[in-house]
Design a protein around this ligand. Structure first.
Ligand code: FES
Ligand SMILES: [Fe+2]
Length: 335
């Protein structure tokens, strides 16, 4: 049901250290840590002896000692010690996953390790580019990851869900242009000469009307980056307006739970901590409004057994296209 031959975010780079950290990713338990050289490591969080969680064991140098019977595994998952026994069976091996630290996050490849190619990590370069200031976090959301990608590919909802921050009437009333480019979906909404939403006003003291852009790029299966710009009408002057990327990568924990990794990375007021704090707080509050809607959606999907068909409209074109792409990729893997 999940694409496996692709990269998912396993952790924020800043969250991973010398502790054993358990994460479930696409329905599989994983233990993450940094080795002595600081490189991220991921093993299946399942001792091959009797299925104890390795994450409940002890990190000793570059090895993990299982907390149950003390068998010890290196960073490739090979067993290097069995207490009281010299012979180590070849089958006593924990699965190791390819991991790469890039663009602010640690990525994991859940599929065939032979196919893991770093070049396939979604292009989220603005998370880590000089001249851009990043703030972000991770939210646990009790909803399927595609409810989150649907949400990010149709920002019409800002008008109704995010009235206190980034939504106003102009968003829902302005049509979107949607393009499918290979395996990506690109959505663009340009709002000319419209009132600024409340958060734009607060961040940049905008008083008059603005030209506002939302340029969305979906990279399968679950990365959505949004190039958001707002300038005083006709000016396109960054000194007077704002531009940031809202970068979102949603990792399926299982069919009903997701880890929502998000950043806002901006190219103005770079060293202004007050601006960073304001954006962080307001965007987090905005995403919590999404979480409220999405978790209620998931609850209904789970409990309303009638399964009445949904009805799509024009604004769903991007999210429907994205789901079709993911569906095709999952089916290709199954062949
Ligand atoms: S379950 Fe891990 S050593 Fe026995
Ligand atoms: Fe939202």
């Amino acid at each position: 049901m999940f694409q496996k031959n692709c990269w998912y975010v396993a952790a924020q780079a800043s969250d991973l250290g010398r502790e054993l950290t358990q994460r479930w990713i696409t329905g599989e338990p994983v233990v993450l840590f940094r080795n002595l050289a600081g490189q991220p490591v991921a093993l299946e969080d399942r001792c091959p002896h009797r299925r104890a969680s390795l994450s409940k064991g002890t990190l000793i140098g570059d090895t993990v000692q299982c907390g149950y019977h003390g068998m010890t595994f290196d960073c490739s998952g090979s067993c290097v010690r069995i207490p009281g026994q010299d012979q180590i069976p070849a089958a006593l091996k924990a699965r190791a996953y390819p991991v790469v630290q890039k663009w602010h996050w640690v990525w994991i490849w859940m599929g065939d390790p032979a196919l893991a190619d770093e070049a396939l990590i979604p292009d989220l370069r603005y998370n880590d580019t000089p001249g851009w200031t990043v703030t972000g976090g991770m939210l646990v959301v009790k909803a399927n990851y595609q409810l989150l990608t649907d949400n990010l590919l149709d920002l019409t909802h800002e008008t109704f869900v995010h009235t206190k921050t980034i939504g106003n009437a102009a968003v829902a009333e302005t049509p979107m242009e949607v393009k499918v480019v290979g395996n990506e979906v690109h959505v663009q909404r340009v709002m000319r000469d419209t009132p600024p939403p409340p958060l734009f006003k607060r961040v940049r003291n905008l008083t008059g009307h603005i030209d506002r852009w939302q340029i969305i790029r979906f990279q399968p299966p679950c990365s959505v980056s949004i190039d958001a710009r707002g300038y005083p009408t006709g000016s396109e002057d960054l000194e007077l307006g704002l531009r940031w990327f809202s970068i979102n990568s949603i990792t399926p924990v299982d069919a009903r739970t997701s880890h929502y990794y998000w950043t806002i990375t901006r190219c103005f007021a770079l060293d202004d901590q007050e601006v960073t704090d304001l954006i962080h707080k307001q965007i987090l509050a905005t995403f919590m409004e999404d979480v409220d809607v999405l978790e209620a959606q998931q609850r209904l999907i789970d409990t309303d057994t009638r399964q009445v068909a949904e009805v799509s409209v024009k604004a769903d074109f991007g999210s429907v296209a994205a789901r079709r792409i993911v569906q095709r990729l999952v089916e290709q893997e199954a062949k």
